[in-house]
Design a protein around this ligand. Structure first.
Ligand code: NOJ
Length: 544
């Protein structure tokens, strides 16, 4: 399958765009279920998030992204929405959502909420109506129902596979099949149907009117399917995600939907934004989601997926900056989220993983653009790899695709010497917190100036205060192989340097100036800085 080259409209005007908060915002991802529990049921909730806003304000982030808290049977922990305009009782009420948004604004924090447009829950009123209605009815036309192939239509309509494993089709009693690119409890909507467009415009307006500052768009590369729903012609399609063009992802017409949403966002005051969760085969195609008349940002999963290797990391950074600049959008940087193994563990785990994660924090927060912080990364939490079998609940694993995502969703440890570490008032939590996390609690790290939390707070403060950091460009410096070194020039003079040693031995990097922050013990002299393995340094270069 081929794609036309996507047209690139002129970039936004530079001076105008620098005033836009989202171009260099640090956005903290709150996985609501695992952040803070106010009512002792072992599951995080909106009042819990509200009670911890002072922590987030003190951390120094600019905005929160709240994962779905809408009415849901929780087959995919809220990414299966049954009512987009109400809060699930597990997480609180609509008034709690209003109070949270208002309080966050009072703390100077913006709030982004998730919107899930590719699919609904199978308990959504529309899907119930579709099941009760006849094949060919208007109720079925909101979803992707088709007759099957083969004798008696007993074979799925095509060979598409669910991202969570197995066929992407489920048969209903009257013999038709419906499409679900994720779990069977998440039927795909048919975005060829104007009713679906109107419904989502209404949903976006509902939350914008309530005061949210924007949206994280789930599966923003879904929605539009290739005409005729052609076969892929290939098994193990999950391995092709993000690297190949599939007839159900990243289809050009999806951009029309994002353009319409941008027009809607622009009718509101206060720079309301949208960030795409989009998996595209190339950085160029990813950047297309952030053309000037589309969404503001897209998650940079190419950066998240890069190994701990200076040459590969530099290539990803260059490519990300180049493709974002071509459409006038800010680059974004993300190391972890609720769908992937936490990066302390990805980078090797133990002391090595932690040292690399500390260095990666300084690298990420020094790069030009906007950065995402997944809850708990500021505490250096590792993936929990040994959760007892009876707790494992992720539908991805249950449908047979991979180890599942439970291990990165374990509730946050706040304080105290034993689970639940102040997460809530009840003894049990929906996933157990490892007793070994007693040294990783917020309270323990607040008392330790060398903790990961202290590093994040310091880095976010310097980033906020120093005009060289945030939006802008970078200049690479020459340094030894296995290192990255670059300078961020401030618009009015002065600069900040950042160097990272990604090797296993101490290396000298060309850092000349006043040290600002380091992720480990660094020796600085007139000839540069000696960086130990897996260590990063920020230094200040005075205006000459
Ligand atoms: C991406 C979300 O981040 C993930 O958690 C979810 O399972 C899928 N989209 C399906 O909605």
């Amino acid at each position: 399958m081929t794609h036309d080259t996507l047209a690139v409209p002129a970039p936004r005007d530079g001076a105008e765009s620098s005033a836009r908060w989202w171009r260099d915002a640090v956005i903290y991802q709150v996985y609501v279920r695992s952040f803070a529990d106010s009512d002792g049921d072992g599951v995080g909730d909106l009042p819990g998030v509200r009670s911890r806003l002072p922590y987030l304000a003190a951390l120094g982030v600019d905005a929160l992204w709240l994962t779905p808290f809408y009415v849901s049977p929780m087959a995919d922990f809220g990414y299966d929405v049954a009512d987009y305009r109400d809060v699930d009782p597990l997480f609180g009420t609509l008034d709690d959502a209003r109070a949270l948004v208002a309080d966050a604004h009072g703390h100077g924090l913006r709030v982004i909420v998730d919107v899930v447009p590719n699919h609904t829950s199978d308990r959504h009123a529309w899907f119930r109506a579709a099941l009760a209605a006849e094949p060919g009815s208007p109720e079925r036309a909101r979803y992707v129902f088709r007759d099957g192939r083969g004798p008696d239509g007993a074979e799925p309509p095509n060979d598409w596979e669910s991202v969570f494993g197995g066929p992407a089709w489920t048969r209903v009693p009257d013999g038709q099949w419906y499409l679900h690119l994720f779990a069977a409890e998440q039927p795909d909507l048919d975005w060829e149907n104007p009713e679906v467009h109107a419904e989502f415009e209404g949903i976006l307006k509902f939350w914008l009117d309530l005061g949210v500052d924007g949206f994280r768009i789930d599966v923003a590369h879904g929605m539009a399917k290739a005409p005729g729903l052609p076969d892929v012609g290939h098994p193990n399609q999950v391995e092709m995600l993000g690297t190949a063009v599939l007839p159900y992802f990243d289809q050009d017409p999806v951009h029309d939907i994002h353009r319409a949403w941008r027009r809607l966002l622009d009718t509101y005051d206060g720079e309301r934004v949208a960030v795409a969760e989009a998996w595209a085969p190339t950085p160029e195609r990813l950047a297309a989601y952030t053309r000037p008349d589309e969404l503001h940002q897209a998650f940079n999963f190419h950066y998240l997926s890069a190994p701990w290797d200076a040459a590969e990391m530099r290539a990803v950074v260059d490519e990300s900056l180049r493709t974002a600049a071509a459409v006038g959008a800010p680059a974004t940087w993300v190391l972890s989220n609720h769908d992937v193994k936490r990066h302390v563990t990805r980078y090797g785990g133990g002391e090595t993983g932690l040292a690399r994660a500390r260095a990666a924090a300084l690298l990420t927060l020094a790069l030009p653009g906007s950065a995402y912080v997944y809850q708990g990364e500021e505490l250096g939490l590792p993936e929990v790899l040994d959760l007892p079998e009876e707790f494992l609940q992720d539908p991805q694993r249950l449908r047979g695709e991979g180890q599942g995502r439970d291990g990165c969703r374990v509730p946050l440890p706040w304080a105290g010497d034993e689970p639940p570490f102040g997460f809530g008032t009840g003894a049990a939590t929906w996933l157990p917190i490892p007793p070994a996390w007693r040294s990783l609690t917020v309270a323990a790290q607040e008392a330790d100036p060398d903790s990961m939390l202290a590093l994040y707070r310091d880095a976010l403060r310097v980033r906020r205060e120093h005009p060289a950091l945030g939006d802008g460009r970078l200049r690479w410096l020459d340094g030894p192989d296995d290192t990255l070194a670059f300078v961020r020039d401030a618009p009015g003079g002065g600069a900040v340097g950042c160097a990272v040693n990604m090797s296993g031995r101490t290396l000298r990097v060309p850092a000349r100036g006043t040290p600002l922050l380091a992720s480990g013990p660094v020796q600085i002299g007139d000839e540069g800085a000696d960086l130990p393995p897996n260590t990063a340094l920020w230094w200040e270069i005075e205006e000459r």
